[in-house]
Design a protein around this ligand. Structure first.
Ligand code: 6PG
Length: 276
């Protein structure tokens, strides 16, 4: 289900390597849903299953909705799809802020995915550290490990905040230097709450990372993440697959400050000093 059949005037345009610009957020969702179907076929043909870490935030909502429509839902072998989360808020699953809750309402309740294939982060449980430990055990039981011993997702879906955060990995956080844990529970000082999140080594071990970024309020940060040298560690810039592919699907509003073409010798993202 690639872009054929789509309205040619609304096809994503590759403006930088791996950066595809769509006319608007609706087309970002459609292009993402099409790719989800494609990658599901590929992974199931190759490995017998498709293991995906879903993103939180509001941007993926439309994609989840589309995947639940007749057009898309019937294209996916749901009994072979396993869903996990990249991060979660420390709230119950039916809470309006729950990332699981969003996916459940927009997708899980509308597609024939077996309940055992849905692996949510139980971030509302206390102590949250033990819940994170339990989630590591779920990942260990479910996923292959890469050469460095980190679990490998077929796809990690990510959003980006206007401050450059992704999942619940925030700029300048010590957690960005994590080298062994798979799941962590950062404290959101500003909100006085906790989160549960996959760590960078796990995100980097993915076969494919797909960023969905929409809205003009993210344009300045997107330019820094894709073309700039940040003055401090930016998680959205650091989330690079070690051996896989990274794709940004963005709308014109978010892409408005991107250079027409890759700046010559554009410095690759600043990599933090080697973690011992
Ligand atoms: C979360 C997310 C977070 C999100 C960004 C973008 O739990 O909030 O995982 O990283 O992707 O904050 O959020 P929006 O899509 O709402 O702009």
């Amino acid at each position: 289900m690639d872009d054929t059949g789509a309205n040619p005037n609304r096809l994503p345009q590759e403006v930088l390597p791996g950066v595809l610009v769509c006319p608007d957020a609706a087309e970002v969702a459609r292009a993402a849903a099409r790719r989800f179907v494609d990658w599901a076929w590929q992974a199931i043909a190759q490995d017998g299953h498709f293991q995906v870490a879903l993103s939180g935030g509001s941007t993926p909502r439309e994609m989840y909705r589309l995947l639940a429509t007749q057009d898309f839902r019937t294209q996916i072998d749901w009994p072979r799809v396993h869903l996990f989360w990249g991060d979660e808020r420390a709230v119950p699953p039916d809470h309006p802020d729950s990332n699981y809750g969003l996916a459940r309402r927009e997708l899980l309740l509308r597609v024939p995915i077996p309940p055992d294939n849905v692996h949510r982060m139980e971030a509302e449980l206390a102590p949250i550290g033990r819940a994170a430990h339990n989630y590591e055990a779920v990942l260990r039981r479910s996923l292959e490990l890469d050469g460095r011993g980190f679990p490998v997702f077929h796809l990690v879906l990510l959003g980006m905040g206007a401050d450059g955060h992704t999942a619940s990995l925030f700029p300048g956080a010590r957690l960005l230097r994590e080298t062994s844990r798979w799941v962590s529970t950062p404290t959101m000082e500003r909100l006085g709450t906790r989160r549960m999140t996959l760590t960078l080594p796990v995100i980097e071990a993915a076969k494919r990372i797909l960023f969905l970024v929409t809205g003009s309020e993210k344009a300045a940060m997107l330019r820094v993440v894709l073309c700039g040298r940040a003055d401090r560690a930016l998680p959205a810039q650091m989330a690079q697959p070690r051996h896989g592919e990274r794709i940004f699907l963005v709308d014109e509003a978010a892409a408005r400050l991107l250079p027409a073409e890759a700046p010559a010798g554009a410095a690759p993202p600043e990599k933090p000093k080697k973690r011992k």
